[in-house]
Write a protein that binds this ligand. Structure first.
Ligand code: CTP
Length: 397
């Protein structure tokens, strides 16, 4: 979002207090932010908070009653790359759908040549009302994108649909708007997270994988226009992005089953899961009681999911695997690239500080089957996801 100009319109609903956080996220991501408040919204959030966080004066009225200085709504609309109205009240929604313009925010909306995105917020019955639905439909017809309200506790004390989408969700929609859709039309399979292999009804063999790398790849690919199927082992992560289908699995064999159902329909596979190589030969029906001093569990090899995908790869498909090593990174990576019939392998070593599968950062090298090797610096996992996808794009060209 670096250098992108976001004009933020705030209308008079209780969710206006969350806008401070949205401005912080946008500024952190490098956007320039200017804000318009409706007179009613300044009862919910102070213009001082908004101007301080955005680093720009706040526009509320058509003209300043003390100085007589006019606020040029046309200039504001021309300045903006994107107009975001959050929260959008039922009242402003109705005015927008009619094309009314009795305040600065509405006049700016009518002057806006670029895109407008809105995040409605109101009580559940207002949100469910036929006139609200009709007005939202009209806005969509007018080219406005709508971030649907979420379900949860409302200011009235009732529970239901009507809460403004969280600032992180709104920020993700804004980032999505600014992201080039160079993966549009591509279907991508991503595996992520650990697998858990049951020992008995309460215990399992697992690993420390957080799933962060795979999820970052899935989210980035979706924001670049791909249709993503994320097959994930157990993690505490949530996925944001409306082009991601998430399929939850627990064990390696369940992951394989999903991959076998999907792989043939995909253009690209990125296998970031930390699959358990072995599982207990038998799963005890009852909880195993502690009796002896030692306990032996017989393990049997799990199927190699990536290898299966490599064996069933069409010439049009691209397959990317991961190699986490503790020694001989390049040699082991190269051997996995060949033995699993991959096009690219993303290699990292636990010896590099900040690399690996539990933290927020990673340091990777990518080797392709034409023997090109690219090494990257230590970066956040979302930046690493960008490097991986950029390298895949170069490979595709
Ligand atoms: N992988 C997989 N299924 C498995 C094991 C691994 O799909 N049963 C995938 C991982 O998602 C990763 C790649 O294979 O993309 C490399 O995994 P890794 O554990 O490093 O390699 P292994 O082939 O298991 O070899 P080793 O454990 O001997 O290093």
């Amino acid at each position: 979002m670096r250098g992108k100009r976001v004009l933020l319109g705030v209308t008079g609903g209780i969710a206006a207090y969350k806008i401070a956080y949205l401005i912080r996220i946008l500024k952190k991501q490098g956007a320039e932010v200017k804000c318009i408040l409706t007179p009613a919204s300044s009862d919910f959030i102070s213009p001082l908070v908004v101007s301080t966080l955005s680093g720009n004066p706040v526009a509320i009225e058509f003209w300043d009653k003390k100085t007589g200085v006019w606020t040029n709504h046309v200039e504001l609309a021309l300045w903006a790359d994107l107009f975001v109205i959050a929260p959008l009240t039922a009242n402003t929604l109705s005015a927008m759908s009619l094309g009314s313009c009795d305040n600065l925010l509405l006049a700016t909306y009518l002057s806006m040549k670029g895109k407008t995105i809105v995040a409605p917020a109101m009580d559940l019955d207002m949100y469910a009302h036929p006139s609200t639905k009709r007005n939202l439909l009209q806005l969509e017809k007018d080219g406005v994108s709508i971030i649907p309200a979420e379900s949860g506790e409302l200011a009235s004390g009732l529970e239901g649909e009507g809460r403004m989408a969280e600032p992180e969700t709104i920020a993700a929609h804004i980032a999505d708007f600014f992201t080039i859709k160079d993966l549009a039309g591509k279907k991508i399979l991503v595996t992520a997270g650990p697998t858990y292999e049951a020992i008995d009804p309460v215990r399992f063999i697992g690993n420390h994988s957080s799933g962060k790398m795979g999820y970052a790849i899935a989210e980035l690919a979706a924001s670049r226009g791909a249709e993503v199927i994320l097959v994930t082992g157990p993690t505490s992560l949530k996925v944001s992005g409306n082009r991601i289908q998430r399929l939850d699995v627990v064990s390696a064999r369940e992951m394989l089953e999903k991959v076998q159902q999907i792989w043939a329909t995909c253009d690209l596979g990125i296998f970031a899961a930390a699959v358990a190589d072995y599982r207990p030969e038998t799963i005890a029906d009852e909880k195993i009681k502690k009796k002896e001093e030692t306990l032996n569990i017989e393990l049997t090899k799990n199927p190699d999911i990536l290898k299966w995908a490599g064996e069933h790869k069409l010439t049009t498909q691209v397959l990317v695997g991961f190699a986490l090593e503790t020694s001989d990174l390049l040699k082991n990576g190269e051997s996995k690239l060949n033995s699993k019939n991959l096009n690219l392998i993303v290699m990292n070593t636990l010896k590099d500080e900040g690399a690996g599968f539990a933290g927020d950062t990673n340091k990777v090298s990518i080797l392709d089957d034409r023997n090109n090797l690219t090494s990257f610096e230590l970066k956040s996992k979302s930046e690493v996801a960008g490097d991986i996808i950029d390298t895949v794009m170069k490979y595709l060209c």
